[in-house]
Design a protein around this ligand. Sequence first.
Ligand SMILES: [Zn+2]
Length: 278
Amino acid sequence: MNMPRDHVSAELLDRYAAGDRGRPDVWWAVEAHLEACPACRDRLAAAVVRVSPATAALLDRVRDGLVAEVARGPRPRRRRSIARLAASVWRWAAPAVLPRLAMTVLMVVVAVGLDLADERTGGRYPSLVLLLAPVAPLLAVAAVWSRGLDPAYEIVASSARAGLDLVLRRAVAVLALVIPALGAAGALVGISPARWLLPCLAFTVAALALGEVVGLHRATTGLIAAWAAIVVGPSLATGRPPVALTVASLPVWAVVTAVVTVALVVRRRAYTALSSTR
Ligand SMILES: [Zn+2]
């Protein structure tokens, strides 16, 4: 057979199949060529059968053994829908988010404990769970797109899926875990989700929109500080629940959420351009 010059010669293939290891530089070149050339791999397979029947028999035995082993092994189980849902939330979550989610849940647990203790001593303070709920997701949201907190930030930021779409997916993963935790805490201390769910969404969207301008980390820190100074502090000082978290304020929160969502979408390209911000 007439081979082009850049294929491995029949003589070299026969010697390689026979186990000749005399010239490492040549075999290195042969192996590099075999990796890239299916035609020469087919010729090598034929050469092994012809030149080294023992090797061919060994390969057959290994293949038969593997086929039998795979057939005997357990079939891969289909995951149930809850496990699938958990897996997709896990896949969407940013790695740096997990410690912050744990911190958030711990804070909610402490708030429940303080609320229950306050209730026992006569209920002098407004519910901490209620005061905490609107900004509770922000601690973890800060980490969904942050150079300072995500060790894989550069890799993710340069990927094709980087941008608002990815930021939103990760924020939704945070909400999917924080909102049920707040719901359970609210059920324990008798606070309806109707009072905090919309403010909670408004703050999350506002953080993402503000994050397009100053970076998510600064945006969440600023919003948490403002909420603590303007609402939480005075509310604890006066012992009265804040007006902002009454059912009557819900239309205002709805308008804020709508306006901020529009702003977020209008500036959606900012997240890929914001690579230098922490
Ligand atoms: Zn070849």
